[in-house]
Design a protein around this ligand. Sequence first.
Ligand SMILES: Cc1cc2nc3c(=O)[nH]c(=O)nc-3n(C[C@H](O)[C@H](O)[C@H](O)COP(=O)(O)O)c2cc1C
Length: 410
Amino acid sequence: MKNIHNKNIVVGITGSIAAYKAADLVSKLKKAGAIVKVIMTKSSTSFITERTLESISDNKVLVDENESEQSFLHLELAKWADVMLIAPCTANSFNKITTGLSDDLLSTVCLAFKGTILLAPAMNPDMWNNELVQKNLNNMSESKFKIVGPDYGLHACGDEGYGRMSSPEQILESLSNVVKKNDLDGVKILVSAGPTREPLDPVRFISNYSSGKMGYALAESAKSLGADVELISGPVRLSPPDNIKLTNIETSSEMLQQVLQRVCNYDVFISAAAISDYRPLNSSSKKHKSTDGDLLIRLERGEDILKLAKEKNPSLYAIGFSAETDNISTHARIKLKRKNIDMIIANEANHQKGLGFESDMNEVLIIDKENTLKIPKQTKKAVADIILNKITENYKQNLIKIKNARKSSN
Ligand SMILES: Cc1cc2nc3c(=O)[nH]c(=O)nc-3n(C[C@H](O)[C@H](O)[C@H](O)COP(=O)(O)O)c2cc1C
């Protein structure tokens, strides 16, 4: 179950006797390396306890009441999940979810979720064969919903027929087919994000408009492809991403130290942080007093962290960012060569167009040694997914080249 490893999976449990099997299922998902959040319908809590699933999933179990504690919980969960699984899925929940109704936390998350939902129906044969259930089965969106089972057999009520929930092994197998392949399984990726702050004195600093959104989106995309990801971040107003190790830094010197200390343990380095090129030569330990005259502050050139990281680790697949206001492609290609890196993501820093720093949107050029790929304006999350797909493709080709070079030199 390699492609389940590191995936964010929401498991919905509904009110069926088969709910007890969900404990085994969640345990198997955890063993396969998935990150599981369980949502239980109100009626399912009388079949299996929240506490059982909480201890097995290693996460707080969510029921309807949690929605009133946290306003946008349904949207957060829908964004967090890579895939959703409802096992067991009662006739009631099946009819609701496949027809787009949303009157509890689980069905609302299903409606807000953009990915695929795997349903494992569990119900009495007469309920499964009911024409309304069958009508919903035949009419449901095939791109949205996948079905596993139900199996034929003897039911707890004594009836025999189709309606038994599939075994946890079968459900896991189906889920594995539904989940996108983990192309970066086993690949270690270090990401830097956000701005740096270069102190002028104890109360002032030089910084830039970087929000960290692009870097955080890249870290999350890499993780969803199965990579082991670590993030080094300057000061941002973003929530720490789930299940990604995060180190906070403030200055470019701290960024340098943290990156160089770690990068030798990584296969890929995505330098998305907007690191200040210059820093005050002498940062004052006392606040600069305001006087009538001008204040002259001398800035010194900081180190090129990405260039240094690549120099010290030649096998590292290194990606930089280049925010430009003019001649974007030309300037970015010059940087790619000067830093001797493998890929550069160039974008226009343009507040009027709502692009680059601070914005939720971006429009970029993905430039590697051979090609330039233009990615039109879209959300940073969508751009991050495209960049990660390109990195995956190039990184794998690179590995093949390295292997072939080794073979021919032996
Ligand atoms: C003992 C018992 C077992 C039940 N088993 C099932 C079942 O396997 N499948 C089903 O569709 N409904 C079953 N039900 C009925 C559901 O629990 C009921 O329709 C409930 O409203 C489902 O709510 P939910 O879909 O929000 O969890 C059962 C009810 C009881 C009392």
